[in-house]
Structures are given as C-alpha cells and as structure tokens.
Design a protein around this ligand. Structure first.
Ligand code: ATP
Ligand code: MG
Length: 582
C-alpha cells in the first residue's frame, strides 16, 4: 500500500490523541506577535511561551502538523531530503513534573517508538537512534541512552552518541530554553527529532529550567517517502504529480516544485514581492523559479497549471487555499512579467561574457549580473559549473563579496571627492539619494519642466526635496508621482556614472545645481529606461547601481517651503538587501 502524506498525518494525530494530546491547528506561516523571526520554521514555535508558563497551555499535551518555511535550507533544495517548505508533525508536553498530564523523556521515547514500529510497522532494523554524547559543559544524556536501550531493544551499535552540533537544540537567539535531543533515523536519514528542554541558557550559563518540556518534530514528506520505500521527498503524493507535469526530474525541476509550494503559502497570507523581509524572500523564490524555468525551457503559461495542481493536491489539509488561485496567479504573473525580460537579458549577458572568457573572475561577474539583472549569484555559479565542469565556489563567493565591498568603497571615495550635499553614506542614505533623482524626474514629468531643485537634504529616515512650483500638489498628483517613481524602481533601471567636464556636462543636458561646489571635473549620473533618459544629473553621488535596490518609494509629506517653493519629504522602504540571497 502506498502511504499518502494525509494518511500518515491521520495516523499520527489519531495515535497522539489516544495518548491524551490535544490537536491544535497549525500557526500561520508568518508568525503572529513575533517580529524577530520572518517565518514559522518549527512546530514548537507557536507554543514557545508554554515552556516557561505551562499554566497558559490549553493542555499539557499537544499534537500538531505545521507547515514550516526554512530559508536556511534554500541552497539544499534539489537534494533528496530538503525542501524550503515542508510539513512537520509534532507532539509537545509542558510543565513537567509539576503539571499533571505532562511527560518527559520516558514517554516521549516510548510514544515515538510505538508509533513508528507498531502503528506504521516500520521494521526496527531500518531504524537507528542517537543521543547527546556529553562535552565540557553539559554531561552525556545517560538517561536517554538507558531509555533507548530498554525501550527500543536495538543493539548498542544502533544507539549512537553524537556531539553538540547534532544532538543539542537551542537556544534560538542569545538566551532561552534549550536541551539535549534524541534523533531517530530511518535508512540513515533523520526523520524525527525529540528535543528535551531542560536548561535555560542565560549569560553564558546553562541553568536548570523550572519546568521541563518536550518538543518533537518529524518531517512528514521524509517519513512518507521512506515508508513508501522511496528515498526522495519529491516522490510523495503532494509533490510528485507536480514534478511529473514539468519534465524529466532534475535538480531544477525540484527547485520549481518546491518553490511554487512556498510561493503559494506566502501569497495566500498576503505577502507581496518586495525588497524587504518576507516580500524579499518571496521575490527571491519567484526569481529562482523563473530562472530554473527558463533553463528548462518551460512554457511561460505552465505555472498556472502547476499552481492549480498544487492546490488540488493539498485540498485535504488546506481546504481554504482552494479559493486563492486567482490571487496567487495575479501576484505571480505580475512579478513574472516584470522579471522575465530582465532575467532573459541577464542570461544572454552571461552567455556573452562566458564566451568571451570562461575563466573570468566569476565572483565579480556574478555581482555585476546580480546588480544589473537580478540574476541570483548562486545560479550564475551553477551555470558556470554546468558549462565548464568546475568552479571553486568558495573563492567565487569571496570574489562576489569583494566586488560588493569595492562597490561600497568606490561610492564612499566619490563622496569624499565631491561633496554633493550628502551628509552621510549609509546604504539607506545612498538609496534615498538615488530616490531624490527619480523624484525630481517624476515631478518634472507630472508637473512640468518648470520644476527645478531649490534644495535637498538627506538623513537616514527620509529625503527632503525643495523645488520651484506655484501651488500645493493635489492628492492625485502625489499618487501619480509615487507611482511613477515606483514603476521606475520596479523596472530595475541601471544607474550609470560618467566623468565629464562641467561645461560638457551642462551642454549634454544634465541638470545641475550648486555647481560652484564642484571642481572642474564632475560626475554625471544617468538613469535610462531603454533608450529614454529618465534622469540625468550632475552630482557627487554616491548612488545605487540599479533602481531595483531602492525598495518602495513613499511620499510622507508635501508642504510649502517659501513663496513659490514646495517641499516634499519622502522615503524608501528597502529593508536589507541580502546579497547572498537574490
Ligand atoms: P537536517 O539535519 O536533516 O537538516 P534538522 O536538524 O534541520 O534536519 P530539525 O530542525 O530537527 O531538522 O527538524 C525536525 C524534522 O523536520 C527533521 O527530523 C526532518 O525530518 C524534518 N526536516 C527538517 N528540515 C527539513 C527540510 N528542509 N525539508 C524537509 N524536512 C525537513
Ligand atoms: Mg537542517
């Protein structure tokens, strides 16, 4: 009989309910009331406070199935066992020994063993367990070792000590509950982690916790795949049909299958692609999908079918998702339209560069392709490996970071050379600086070419721009201006810098104010949309390389500055640009 993920989850919940556990629904994939983490990445996350305050738990025993998103595993995706989004089954206990009904190591190990060998009938020969070996700070988990010997009946050779790296969990952050773990492996693959919260880590010390807690996590896809004697998570019922629809299985088709599921979950909770936080991850997932799709020469329309298939495969566990297909498609397709073109250009540029010199500095080249076309660097490296057979990844990443550092330093040196009115040069100020150019350009298009700069000032919170204009701006004008700037940002326009004589620069049509501040040589910054010049200004810089790095532009306030001069305060919400990641 083939197991489905749904059937394994049913057996899991039935079993733990019989053992007195309360079924709790999954938490949203974006945690509520927790700004410090972007995503739910483990079943225990929503129950964290119960470990410290067990009285607040609705029951001392809980069971759940939690969709988890782990951006840390994104580079692993494509192997047999790691997804960015997967479902984690778990049983939990709080308040041991004081709260009645709570349990600790003995029951946890008994439950897990009984479920695997009696309910799922896994032959014990396929199982192996590990426990914490002990180190200078924390003693060996002799209790778990003893319990494992008694309960599992496995030979000693299959009950193995492991170090801190493998069999110790937490704390998440600077301080908090943590403890030794027992891991269960099936056919050599980790399927279930049993965490025993027994210490409070604080100020470098492991203190005993008042209440002991249990937190377990079993990967539903891994468990189901192994039960069916397949070794890849992509073989399970919720993933396989999607992969089959794409093409011959490969690392790339897996990236698409996995990422589309994660994209689905993010869009339905209201995340939009952007340059920060969750929106940034969504954008990265979409781009990686589109890039993999281009490599596999998929039809552009295939994504619609794939999303619809994903939803239908998940209809038992996530019935509410079914109605969301139109939203998912709207968000995805908008991003697709926006990026497919630049990605294609980026891929062409890559091919050109590769043909010119396959042994070029790929770190630096990846940085260029990333800043100008949004090509994910890890995918550039992958393509090099595919074409050339090898690439020293470590030095490639090093080269990438070096180029990034040089880019930052050049921007600073420029600033020292020409005091262009910029007080500081934090990344946010640099973004605001480029945003100022776009703002002036938008004002001139929407209000007229009488708009000229009368003053500007930037601090890390906002830009301030004064300009000649006779009346107060209407709401509609403000909206249009914002929209136009955001369109340019989203187009991902390159920002070019050329050094010229002052005279020459003015003759070329570059706008400039406070020219007496500059020496004879000036920089001209040009932002172009294809052949059309969006903005051309004499300026000391520094600026971002591509408008895409700005994030979202927002006008905060419009007011009078003096007679015939208006003042706008605006900002960009860029968040951090995680370089390793797009
Ligand atoms: P691994 O070492 O294999 O990455 P982990 O130590 O990160 O696993 P835990 O954090 O203990 O795993 O998560 C509990 C369980 O969730 C694991 O035993 C595994 O079955 C499953 N799991 C973890 N990460 C993934 C993933 N990226 N994709 C699918 N299942 C996963
Ligand atoms: Mg892991």
């Amino acid at each position: 009989m083939q197991y489905t993920t749904e059937s394994v989850w049913q057996k899991f919940q039935d079993f733990f309910k019989k053992k007195g556990h309360l079924l709790r629904p999954a938490a949203p994939i974006i945690p509520e009331n927790e700004a410090s983490v972007l995503f739910t990445s483990a079943g225990m996350q929503q129950f964290k406070q119960y470990y410290l305050e067990p009285q607040k738990a609705p029951s001392p025993r809980i069971v759940s199935c939690q969709p988890c998103l782990r951006t840390t595993d994104i580079d692993e995706v494509g192997d047999e066992t790691h997804l960015t989004i997967f479902e984690m089954l778990g049983n939990f206990s709080f308040g041991y020994p004081e709260v009645s009904g709570s349990y600790f190591k003995k029951e946890t190990i008994e439950f897990a063993w009984e479920f695997l060998t009696k309910v799922l009938n896994i032959p014990p020969e396929r199982l192996r367990v590990t426990y914490f070996s002990g180190d200078k700070e924390i003693p060996e988990d002799v209790e778990s070792k003893k319990l494992l010997l008694q309960i599992t009946g496995l030979p000693q050779t299959k009950i193995l000590p492991r170090d801190r790296e493998e069999n110790f969990w937490g704390p998440t952050g600077e301080s908090g509950p943590c403890g030794r773990t027992v891991e269960i492996q099936m056919d050599g693959i980790e399927i279930w982690n049993l965490v025993f919260n027994e210490f409070l880590y604080r100020e470098g010390k492991f203190l005993p916790l008042k209440y002991l807690g249990v937190d377990t996590g079993a990967g539903l896809e891994r468990l189901t795949a192994l039960l069916n004697n397949t070794f890849s998570v992509y073989e399970v019922d919720t993933l396989k049909p999607v992969e089959e629809r794409i093409a011959v299985p490969s690392a790339k088709s897996r990236i698409i299958v996995d990422h589309l599921r994660a994209i689905t979950h993010l869009i339905v909770v209201g995340v939009f692609p952007s340059n920060k936080e969750q929106g940034y991850v969504l954008r990265r997932l979409i781009r990686r999908t589109l890039k993999a799709g281009l490599d596999l020469q998929l039809r552009e329309g295939i994504y619609k079918e794939l999303f619809s298939l994903i939803l239908s495969l998940w209809k038992d566990r996530y019935p509410s998702l079914q109605k969301k297909l139109p939203t998912i498609l709207t968000v995805f397709e908008k991003e697709q339209q926006k990026y497919l073109k630049v990605l294609k250009e980026g891929i062409e540029e890559f091919q050109k560069l590769y043909q010119k010199d396959p042994n070029r500095d790929w770190g630096e080249t990846a940085f260029y392709l990333y800043t100008s076309f949004g090509l994910p660097p890890e995918m550039t490296f992958e393509d090099v490996v595919k074409l050339r057979g090898q690439l020293d990844l470590e030095s490639a990443w090093q080269g990438f970071r070096e180029a990034e550092r040089r880019h930052r330093e050049t921007s600073r040196a420029d600033l020292r050379r020409f005091k262009g009115g910029l007080a500081g040069y934090s990344p946010q100020e640099i973004r605001l600086h480029t945003a100022t150019h776009l703002l002036q350009a938008a004002l001139r298009r929407i209000l007229g070419s009488h708009v000229v700069q009368k003053g500007a000032n930037i601090n890390p919170e906002r830009l301030r721009f004064d300009f000649a204009h006779p009346h107060k701006l209407t709401e509609a004008e403000i909206t249009k201006i914002e929209q136009l700037v955001n369109d340019w940002i989203e187009e991902g326009l390159p920002v070019e810098k050329v050094e010229m004589n002052k005279e020459e620069a003015l003759k070329s049509g570059a706008l400039g104010v406070f020219l007496e501040r500059y020496t004879d040589k000036v920089f001209v910054y040009t932002i172009k949309d294809k052949d059309e010049i969006v903005s051309k200004e004499i300026c000391g810089g520094p600026h971002v390389k591509n408008t895409r790095m700005l994030g979202r532009f927002k006008i905060l306030k419009e007011e009078s500055s003096s007679l015939g001069v208006r003042r706008i305060r605006a900002t960009v919400e860029a968040g951090k640009i995680l370089l390793k990641s797009i």
